[in-house]
Design a protein around this ligand. Structure first.
Ligand code: ADP
Ligand code: MG
Length: 404
């Protein structure tokens, strides 16, 4: 039997939760607009685990971080999230008076089976990012069991994602479980050809992913600003393009590794240029990849976009992370759109890493056309690189019985 997609951690589906209090760490780090939830995608992604626990009669204490508060910033209270979550669940979601402490414990004790209490922003507590013992103890005091469903924060060893998991029987939530399964399916015996499309700003963010895929993939197609580190490594002129200087040496090494591997590492053959990073700065089509002074490369060219779309159409598995250009500026969105449309059109398995590539898919109305759109940007890249995710590692292994 294939080991494909195997996940060795205990699942919330197998936890005995009826009548017990369950602390759920979700990723409810949503954008806010005028004091209300903007895009509620992350709240919706957390619903299956919450609904399963409610159906099974658990008392639910839910928590997440929100933004980057400095202390107890009321602008980054979870109140709007509680309101939106309540609408989606069709029940009231109470907001706790803080993250831990006597008042929060009293609110948790008052829960009836099926009730949901949302803690305040975990990052209101300085102990969250420090993975402080006292905060982890305080969180553990609220519940009998812990469920981590916050895949997007699983690469962080924080008190609510890691510390608390050592203090309670700790299970994987449904979203976290599916994220790991979908992303690792690209690495474990993928249907071939496996074509990987990588773009975005910085090559150093993604060099680990490039190196991993040089061992696994059939083709890696590079776009975005990171191609300029490769072009500099090859001696091309990059003009005023965004070049990550620290990325040039890693890019050179990746080209060397590629030369000795079975995987093709492919770079753009033409570009779209503009005079500055702005929507009225071009676009100027360039046949080759030399960028003159006074100009910057802001998208892959039409020939490259069409070659990348053909490669995607010929693939059986596609992994895509990172836009092909400055897609926020309409004149420089064509390359990213061509890749998004090719990924949406194929019936191959298509896995898209989160962050800006996910935002591009949503903007083009194509988010529903891929096999899996990850909710985790950094976490999905670290998982692909082969790094251990602290929020996953700390969960109990599947098949281990709970001590009574
Ligand atoms: P992701 O979040 O999908 O991993 P990144 O955060 O690495 O992607 O990169 C996305 C950013 O890269 C976008 O804001 C986009 O404008 C920028 N970008 C892509 N190509 C270029 C380019 N040629 N010049 C300048 N910025 C670019
Ligand atoms: Mg990004």
């Amino acid at each position: 039997m294939s080991e494909k997609g195997r996940f060795g951690k205990a699942s919330v589906r197998d936890a005995d939760v009826a009548g017990r209090t369950v602390l759920v760490r979700a990723d409810l780090n949503v954008p806010l607009a005028d004091g209300a939830v903007g895009d509620d995608t992350r709240i919706r992604a957390a619903l299956p685990t919450i609904e399963l626990l409610r159906e099974r009669g658990a008392r639910i204490v839910l928590c997440s971080h929100l933004g980057r508060p400095k202390g107890r910033d009321p602008e980054l209270s979870m109140a709007p999230v509680a309101a939106r979550l309540g609408e989606l669940l069709g029940t009231d979601v109470a907001l706790a008076p803080g993250v831990v402490g006597a008042g929060v414990e009293a609110a948790a004790r008052a829960l009836e089976p099926g009730d949901v209490l949302l803690l305040e922003n975990t990052r209101w507590e300085p102990g969250e990012k420090a993975n402080d013992d006292a905060l982890a103890d305080g969180l553990a005091a609220l519940a009998d069991l812990y469920v981590n469903d916050a895949f997007g924060a699983a690469h962080r060893a924080h008190a609510s994602t890691e510390g608390v998991a050592h203090r309670l029987p700790a299970y994987a939530g449904l979203l976290l479980e599916q994220e790991v399964r979908e992303l690792t399916s690209v690495l474990d015996d993928p249907d071939r050809p496996l074509v990987v499309v990588l773009g975005g700003a910085k090559v150093t963010d993604k060099i680990g992913v490039i190196e991993r895929f040089l061992e696994i993939a059939d083709r890696i197609l590079i776009g975005g600003a990171m191609c300029f580190s490769f072009f500099r490594a090859q001696g091309h002129a990059t003009g005023d393009s965004l070049v990550e200087e620290d990325g040039i040496e890693p890019a050179r090494r990746a080209l060397e590794l590629a030369a000795g591997s079975d995987c093709d590492l492919e770079l753009p053959t033409d570009l779209v240029l503009g005079a500055s990073f702005s929507a009225d700065a071009g676009p100027v089509a360039a046949d080759g990849v030399e960028v003159p002074d006074g100009m910057m490369g802001l998208d892959i060219g039409a020939a490259t976009a069409s070659a990348y779309a053909d490669a995607i159409a010929a693939a059986r598995t596609v992994f895509w992370n990172g836009p092909m250009g400055a897609f926020e500026l309409p004149p420089f969105a064509a390359g990213t759109r061509a890749v998004a449309e090719a990924v949406a059109a194929t019936d191959a398995t298509t896995i898209v890493g989160g962050g800006d590539s996910g935002a591009a898919l949503v903007e083009f109305g194509l988010a529903g056309e891929v096999s899996w759109l990850s909710t985790g940007g950094g976490a999905s890249l670290e998982l692909i690189e082969g790094k251990a995710l602290p929020g996953v590692e700390a969960l109990r292994d599947a098949g281990v019985e709970e001590e009574s």
